[in-house]
Design a protein around this ligand. Structure first.
Ligand SMILES: Cc1cc2nc3c(=O)[nH]c(=O)nc-3n(C[C@H](O)[C@H](O)[C@H](O)COP(=O)(O)OP(=O)(O)OC[C@H]3O[C@@H](n4cnc5c(N)ncnc54)[C@H](O)[C@@H]3O)c2cc1C
Length: 465
């Protein structure tokens, strides 16, 4: 492997480009938009830089912190200063018990007792054995083991907040990688959740970010790519891909044609399927069958003395039966990340509300709303969730739509992913990094990009100059 073209300059594409260049490969990146980062990008809110998309990285697996360290970012790694996230229920706010994606690490925790009635707690304590298969949903496994109340009242709001779909729509083994073997080892799901949390501390603390926001990761990756000679292009959408005898021909709008012996396709599945349609129709069909879901993020910069005491900690996840609220989650950004304090005037606060639940819940989402209508809803949701009636003035706001940008890992997803991996390996000189193949989190995306670079490098051993 001597040359590589990376299609897509999100985090997947940038990590792959950087690693390939470190191996001595000549690398060129083509990014369709006018900036790099994809879902990890900055945006202005009243003159302040915020994360328009991803704002944190999971640290349960080591890939994220390792990448920060390799990029020389360890000094600016930050952890949430408040970890007491809440669940918004019809009765009010309750603290989220420590656990893994809502699965409690103990059924004796008073925070669990505050969310369930006595019968529901007894049912959870009498955990039943359920044999896990890859076709089972989160609801099948967690509900089967601990009772449906644990799913509805604790797990579902967390799953919905992170994945924008419900527990009965999503595959257990994809959302909880490694949990099935841990259950066998520990003898129970609750024991496995306790083990998995390990030293990660209270709920909500299993993430890290960077001072100034996750967008700093993109900025540093771009610098790192430049340092190792990666040629970076923006405003260059790739429109076609063709396999020639010994290399790939890449048709780039505005630029013309490029050739490389390796191509890394790091774009969302719908785009990847179109690019692969001619050269790899079977793979294209498999990729087209990957499902995604869409979200919208609203940021509000507000002046509100009533929020100075940070009444909801770092933020909250909204239960579906909280009918007066359309948002699925709210983050009080300056309560969560201490670095905001230097940037805000007295009584100023940054609120981030996310919208979009899978199609099943189209009735309570915001699909048809204009940005103005969504902003009005967001202001109302924020007031309802935070319990602030007076002295709440919106100084600036943004709405960002993220169409088709989250993986929708329905039962059967992991089988689809395994088949796609087989198809990719059968085609010479290609890597496919569409994020649903890696899961929804940045830590997974980073680990997957790194693993793919190792795989393609190993198939070309001895050829890297
Ligand atoms: C709103 C939101 C919030 C999130 N929050 C978190 C979080 O807090 N923590 C976390 O771990 N994860 C989070 N995620 C998930 C995480 O951000 C993504 O999994 C990750 O950024 C995906 O990276 P990627 O490079 O694979 O894809 P993308 O970021 O989608 O990048 C793909 C790139 O390809 C480009 N492209 C598309 N078509 C073409 C073409 N034809 N030619 C060239 N380029 C093209 C796009 O412009 C884009 O830059 C969030 C995602 C969203 C949408």
């Amino acid at each position: 492997m001597t040359s590589a073209v990376v299609i897509g300059g999100g985090v997947s594409g940038l990590v792959a480009a950087w690693r390939l260049a470190l191996l001595g490969c000549a690398v060129e990146v083509f990014e369709a938009t006018d900036d790099f980062g994809g879902a990890v990008c900055p945006q202005l809110l009243g003159g302040k830089v915020i994360d328009a998309g991803a704002e944190a990285m999971g640290i349960a697996r080591p890939s994220g912190l390792e990448l920060f360290s390799e990029l020389g970012l360890s000094d600016v790694v930050v952890y949430p200063r408040r970890t007491d996230a809440r669940i918004a229920t019809p009765q009010g706010l309750q603290k989220l018990p420590p656990g893994v994606l809502g699965v409690p690490a103990s059924t004796d925790d008073p925070l669990v007792a505050a969310l369930l009635n006595e019968e529901e707690i007894q049912r959870a304590r009498a955990e039943r054995d359920v044999t896990i298969t890859s076709e089972m949903s989160v609801d099948d496994v967690v509900g089967g083991r601990l009772g449906s109340a644990v799913v509805q009242k604790i797990v579902d709001p967390v799953v919905m907040g992170v994945h924008a779909a419900a527990s009965d729509e999503l595959e257990f083994t994809t959302l909880f990688p490694g949990m099935d073997s841990l259950i066998e080892q520990e003898g129970s799901l609750v024991g496995a959740a306790a083990k998995m949390r390990g030293g990660l501390g209270p709920s909500g603390s299993a993430v890290a970010s960077l001072r100034g926001g996750m967008n700093q990761l993109t900025a540093r990756l771009v610098e790192a790519c430049v340092e190792v000679g990666v040629k970076l292009n923006v405003n260059t959408p790739v429109g076609g891909l063709e396999r020639l005898e010994n290399c790939w021909r890449i048709n780039v709008d505005m630029v013309g044609v490029s050739h490389a012996d390796t191509v890394v396709v790091a774009v969302p599945p719908t785009v990847a399927a179109k690019l692969l349609a001619t050269s790899a129709p079977h793979l294209a069909e498999q990729v087209a069958a990957l499902r995604t879901t869409s979200v919208k993020v609203v940021h509000l910069l507000v002046h509100s003395p009533e929020l100075d005491l940070q009444p909801t900690g770092p933020g909250l996840l909204v239960r579906r039966d909280r009918m007066d609220v359309a948002a699925k989650a709210l983050t009080h950004s300056n309560a969560k990340w201490a670095w905001w304090e230097d940037l805000l005037s007295p009584h100023e606060h940054v609120l981030r509300l996310s919208y979009g639940r899978s199609h099943q819940f189209a009735s309570n989402v915001t699909d048809g709303l204009t940005d103005e209508e969504l902003l009005a809803k967001a202001e109302n949701d924020a007031r309802n969730l935070l319990g602030v009636r007076k002295r709440f003035y919106v100084r600036a706001s943004t709405v960002t739509a993220w169409p088709g940008s989250l993986a929708f890992a329905a039962p059967g997803h992991s089988k689809k992913v395994a088949h796609i991996a087989e198809s990719v390996q059968a085609i010479p000189g290609i890597s496919l990094l569409s994020s649903p193949l890696a899961g929804n989190g940045l830590a997974g995306v980073v680990a997957f990009a790194q693993a793919e670079v190792s795989r393609i490098a190993s198939t070309h051993q001895g050829e890297v100059p």
